[in-house]
Design a protein around this ligand. Structure first.
Ligand code: SF4
Length: 349
């Protein structure tokens, strides 16, 4: 086991990718990187990370920003609850902890949106806490190295992975060791075509020795995503010579809380939405159909049917909390990828 630990640390020192957060132990910057890369690949999220820390270089500046501004910088990364939690926790650090980032596992995990994975990563990288980090890359690498057949997304499988890591973990260099496991899983022990022939562990790797690399990791299948059918009502009007659209800020508990969107109506099937599209009711203006959109989220597939309604503003409109925004104002509003696609089809962004 010592051989595995030493080989892995040595491999990491020579082969680690040169990434901005690897030049710092500043817990704020490590926190931002860990949150962004929880559900985003490094090549997809790198520019977002750079932009985010350039605009909000420290916890005080993040805490003092408006939610709209912060969400606008996050726009496109998805999983917006991550951004809202960062903002909330930044305020908590400034107001309740006198601006000092917590430095124990128990305190770090109290930050909103921080779970065991992120707390372990921040704790080990910034404060040398001996807390193993287990993400998808680590699960894959360790389950193959030790030929663990239990499903890695069950509590039993996670416990087995944890026990296996205990055997090789470096308490002397916990931050580097955690990053080494994640890096190895991401770049060598990859989901498809792992580089077993060039792998420095192919003598120790039980999955390789037994010829079962492609069978691991085992996972319990997730439920199929739910389909949702929405008609977005894009109200447009001319006011004092400028084009305006009606949008509202979502304030209910949902993945898009805090983002702006067009009023919408939900239907329970494709058939019922088609009936409504063919004969729209009481829309206060002339209607034209925009390009339908399909938007895939982790647990749902949204079939969106935007319709453009050239609004006659003499008639009442029953959309509470919505406001008219000019094309210029819309540029600063945080919106989901789906609404951004509708705005693109209108030529607004
Ligand atoms: S031999 Fe293959 S499966 Fe085993 S650790 Fe190396 S890359 Fe992963």
């Amino acid at each position: 086991m010592k051989v595995v630990r030493e080989k892995l640390l040595e491999w990491y020192k020579i082969n680690k990718r040169d990434l901005p957060w690897r030049h710092t132990k500043d817990p704020y910057l490590i926190w931002i990187s860990e949150v962004i890369f929880q559900q985003t690949r490094i090549d997809q999220g790198l520019e977002y990370y750079k932009r985010f820390v350039q605009r909000f270089p420290n916890v005080k500046i993040l805490a003092e920003s408006s939610e709209d501004e912060m969400l606008k910088v996050w726009q496109g990364l998805g999983y917006y609850s991550r951004a809202r939690n960062l903002h909330y926790s930044a305020k908590y650090i400034i107001n309740e902890l006198n601006g000092k980032f917590p430095n124990t596992y128990d305190e770090i995990i109290k930050l909103k949106g921080v779970g065991p994975y992120t707390a372990a990563a921040i704790g080990s990288i910034c404060f040398d806490l001996p807390t193993p980090v287990i993400d998808g890359n680590v699960q894959r690498f360790i389950s193959r190295l030790f030929a663990i057949s239990e499903a890695v997304n069950t509590s039993k499988g996670q416990k087995t992975i944890s026990n296996a890591i205990e055997k090789i973990f470096s308490k002397k260099e916990p931050g580097d060791f955690n990053q080494a496991m994640m890096e190895y899983g991401a770049t060598v022990c990859k989901p498809v075509n792992p580089e077993c022939d060039n792998c420095c562990f192919n003598e120790e790797c039980f999955a390789f020795q037994r010829g079962i690399v492609n069978e691991l990791p085992n996972k319990v299948k997730a439920n199929a995503p739910k389909s949702r059918f929405l008609i977005y009502k894009v109200y447009k009007r001319m006011c004092d010579g400028e084009t305006q659209y009606l949008l509202y800020k979502r304030d209910n508990e949902s993945i898009w809380k805090g983002l702006y969107e067009f009023p919408f109506e939900e239907f329970n099937s494709k058939k019922s939405i088609e009936a409504e599209l063919n004969e729209p009711k009481s829309l206060y203006g002339s209607v034209s159909h925009l390009e339908p959109l399909k938007h895939q989220l982790s647990h749902q597939t949204i079939f969106a049917f935007p319709i453009l309604i050239e609004f006659d503003d003499k008639l009442p409109i029953n959309v509470t909390l919505a406001e008219w925004y000019s094309v210029d104002q819309i540029q600063d509003l945080p919106v989901s990828k789906l609404i951004n696609s509708v705005l693109k089809s209108l030529g607004v962004v």
